[in-house]
Write a protein that binds this ligand. Structure first.
Ligand SMILES: NC(=O)c1ccc[n+]([C@@H]2O[C@H](COP(=O)([O-])OP(=O)(O)OC[C@H]3O[C@@H](n4cnc5c(N)ncnc54)[C@H](OP(=O)(O)O)[C@@H]3O)[C@@H](O)[C@H]2O)c1
Length: 338
């Protein structure tokens, strides 16, 4: 089978497609023939050597796949061979075949293509945890979604629209028309202007009840300043550090040094909350994640969760897929296919 291997830290040239022996499922496991594999910003940060959760290199990245069950290990019902499924993978998903625990699978909704199904787990679970579970977003409230045109951003928009909240979103200006069509109430250009005064103008100076911020560093301070009373800030990424080589390390250090400190008394006096999410640190809480998956599956069935795949790249062009995301061209999800 073929895999996309990140051979070492570096630019896209370190990505290589390599042949490996097919894996075999063990007890309680299944072998999935992968038809589509999600690309996430974490894969880029890992390639750049900026993702502490990533496996040791050389490694195969990939947190999510959609495919067909090819065989099963001991203790698994063989009648499920041939079922179309979606799986979370703790890395290794950018492979033609993956072995996963049966309990890590869920059935692929028939209404979705394999590519769309591979766009669901990371983006929608992250957005659901941020908006619903930890952010507690309500219909009468407003939310600012940073990078609203990206994978997590579009997922968050679907969920916020379903809740009925008022939505604000920062994105590169070329994505604004598309975002309006997806239901974003107020797109904000954050590339050519300071987004905070623009948001304050739009909210009569008040700000919003929830901000979800994957940019990190000093940006979290600014997002905190965008909260009105009872507002919550959800921090979940450090895109600000993205760069190759020493530049990336310097940006990560700068982001770490510029991160805000939140004093309990300041939170108390302003009626504010702060929280953070790392979906990759939820593997030991499968019951919680299962409940989130069920809610997302219901959303797909009811039609308000609409995974948007912008572009599909074959494994051999994984480098182009990384470049596409790094150069901010993606509208929603980028998917790799074997
Ligand atoms: N903590 C978690 O559990 C978790 C889970 C999933 C994702 N994340 C984080 O969430 C963020 C979004 O992830 P994603 O996979 O959905 O990716 P994504 O948003 O699709 O990423 C690409 C987009 O991010 C925006 N962006 C902002 N700063 C950027 C930079 N320095 N370089 C390139 N693009 C930048 C660009 O859009 P615009 O210019 O239009 O804004 C770009 O199109 C990432 O920071 C990721 O690490 C965290």
């Amino acid at each position: 089978m073929r895999q996309v291997v990140t051979t070492k830290n570096g630019g896209v040239e370190v990505l290589r497609v390599e042949e490996k022996p097919d894996p075999q499922p063990g007890a309680a496991e299944v072998l999935v023939d992968v038809r589509a594999s999600g690309l996430n910003f974490a894969d880029i940060l890992a390639r750049q050597g900026l993702y502490p959760d990533g496996p040791k290199k050389p490694c195969v990245m990939g947190y999510e796949v959609a495919g067909v069950i090819a065989s099963v290990g001991e203790g698994v019902d063989p009648n499920i061979v041939g079922t179309e499924v979606v799986a979370m993978t703790r890395f290794g998903g950018q492979s033609e075949k993956v072995v996963v625990l049966e309990k890590q699978l869920f059935e692929k909704p028939a209404s979705l293509s394999f590519e769309q199904a591979a766009a669901v787990p990371v983006n929608y679970l992250t957005a659901y945890a941020l908006l619903v579970v930890m952010g507690g977003l309500r219909k009468s409230e407003s939310v600012l979604i940073h990078n609203a045109g990206g994978g997590v951003g579009l997922a968050a928009l679907d969920i916020a629209k379903h809740i009925g909240a008022t939505t604000y979103g920062t994105a590169s200006p070329g994505k604004h028309e598309f975002l309006r069509e997806r239901g974003l109430d107020h797109p904000i250009d954050y590339r050519n202007q300071d987004w905070l005064p623009a948001l304050k103008d739009l909210t009569s100076g008040r700000g919003v009840e929830l901000v979800i911020d994957p940019i990190g560093g000093a940006h979290w301070k600014k997002s905190y300043a965008a909260l009105r009373h009872t507002g919550r800030l959800g921090m979940f990424g450090v895109s600000a550090a993205s760069a190759n080589g020493l530049a990336g390390k310097a940006k990560m250090l700068k982001a770490a040094l510029q991160m805000p400190r939140f004093h309990p008394l300041a939170l108390l006096n302003k009626n504010r909350g702060v929280f953070a999410l790392n979906l990759g640190h939820m593997w030991h809480e499968p019951e919680k994640v299962e409940e989130w998956v069920e809610a997302i599956m219901r959303g797909i069935e009811e039609g308000w969760i609409k995974p948007h795949v912008d572009k599909t790249f074959p494994f051999a062009q994984a480098g182009d897929a990384h470049t596409y995301m790094e150069s901010r061209k993606n509208f929603g999800k980028v998917v790799l296919v074997p």
